[in-house]
Write a protein that binds this ligand. Structure first.
Ligand code: MLT
Length: 408
């Protein structure tokens, strides 16, 4: 008789965003005339930059010609894309990252989950609370945790609470942990990390032989020039950090799919015999066995992000969503809400009014304003009493949503 991976039974029934979609669909069915505005999942709404579309169309034409047709590409991604990323995103900011250390993939969500394949079962794992739920759920699936308690906290994980009092940045743990997930600009709180703060983590990781998983999917939204975009801007990070980046939110690739993961060749972890093993080699082995690369067409689209026109268009997209974030921040503040984030990030994190629970506020907004957001408790126990509003939508929808909430 076939058996299942019992770890799946420890998970909540549905992943957060499909669960929200289920509730919204049920509401829409019962209220067919409601004009629902979705500011829940961070999914982009504006069209792909023209430079990317042109490159994609040209790549499709190449695929239609025997002389320029491409079959399997390199599992790690085409060198011409990795070179541009290394030069523009890393070396241009003083990071010592080589193109050979970059792996092109179809998403940061997948990579932050898949990376666990190359790590042992007995690592002590730290996540912030609240946190992007993928980090937790993939550890549960991999059997790295026990069961969840009433608050939804999984036995065996180390939760680092992030609260308004610490600017939504976690304290450096006093105990020793092996793997740490950090996300800046932060999803869900929109908080940012200074170089001084990240340096503390790098020092901690180096002192304890820990590895930091640094999710920089929202780095393009940083407006403050003093803030680091990459953990490799911090000295020593090459020896303790893996970084995840994405074209989803800056270039609108959520449906097109392209991302990247950086595994420095100097990064090692211990084998059970105590020897040091290069993580680059393991990740390369994992990817070349389980992944056949991102399509040529999409990689050409991603490459166009680095053209002069592409850079200007991506900047325009990011500014558009940041202007939405500003409108949300300002209007919610004027309506009496306490809000955080939304300056260097596309997410606004707000305190629910009248001590409503996150899901009660979700229901209230949906029923009274026909506006969808994301309950803070969906990101972890410490997110209870908070709510996330995403700036990814049209200007018209954002303005209309804010008008409705102000009238609540
Ligand atoms: C979110 O809303 O948190 C994001 O859409 C998550 C993601 O990019 O997977």
């Amino acid at each position: 008789m076939a058996t299942i991976n019992d770890n799946y039974s420890k998970l909540k029934a549905g992943y957060l965003f499909p669960e929200i979609a289920r509730r919204v669909n049920a509401f829409a069915e019962a209220n067919p005339n409601a004009q629902i505005i979705k500011l829940g999942i961070g999914d982009v709404t504006e069209p792909l930059p023209e430079a990317c579309r042109t490159a994609i169309i040209q790549a499709v034409e190449e695929m239609g010609n025997r002389d320029t047709f491409k079959g399997y590409g390199p599992e790690q991604g085409y060198g011409w894309l990795r070179e541009k990323i290394a030069t523009s995103d890393f070396q241009g900011r003083g990071c010592d990252i080589d193109a050979s250390e970059i792996f092109i993939s179809d998403g940061s969500k997948c990579d932050t989950g898949n990376i666990l394949d190359i790590f042992g079962k007995n690592n002590k794992i730290a996540v912030t609370d609240p946190v992007y739920p993928v980090y937790v759920d993939t550890n549960v699936m991999a059997g790295h945790t026990g069961a969840a308690n009433d608050k939804g906290e999984f036995e065996g994980l180390v939760y680092l609470p992030i609260r308004a009092e610490n600017n939504f940045t976690a304290e450096i743990p006093t105990e020793k942990v092996d793997l740490i997930y950090l996300c800046f600009p932060n999803n869900p709180t929109g908080a940012t990390a200074t170089k001084e703060y990240l340096k503390k983590w790098v020092d901690y990781a180096k002192a304890n032989g820990s590895i930091i998983f640094f999710d920089a999917a929202y780095e393009a939204f940083i407006t403050d020039p003093s803030l680091p975009h990459s953990i490799y801007e911090i000295e020593g990070a090459r020896d303790c950090a893996i970084e995840f980046r994405s074209f989803s939110k800056n270039a609108g690739f959520t449906g097109t799919r392209c991302a990247l993961t950086v595994v420095p060749k100097t990064l090692t972890a211990k084998a059970s015999d105590g020897s040091d093993v290069e993580l680059w080699k393991l990740w390369n082995r994992r990817q070349s066995t389980k992944f056949n690369g991102v399509s040529y067409i999409v990689q050409r689209g991603a490459e166009a992000v680095y053209s002069e026109a592409g850079q200007a268009q991506v900047k325009g997209l990011v500014s558009f969503y940041l202007e939405n974030a500003k409108i949300i921040r300002e209007q919610l503040t004027a309506a009496g809400f306490t809000v955080y984030g939304g300056i260097n990030a596309p997410y606004i994190w707000l305190k629910t009014p009248e001590n409503l629970s996150s899901w009660d506020f979700f229901d209230k907004l949906l029923q009274n304003c026909n506006v969808v957001g994301t309950p803070g408790s969906g990101f972890g126990a410490a997110g209870e009493g908070y709510f996330r509003i995403s700036a990814f939508n049209s200007r018209e929808n954002v303005e209309e949503a804010m008008k409705r909430i102000a009238a609540l």
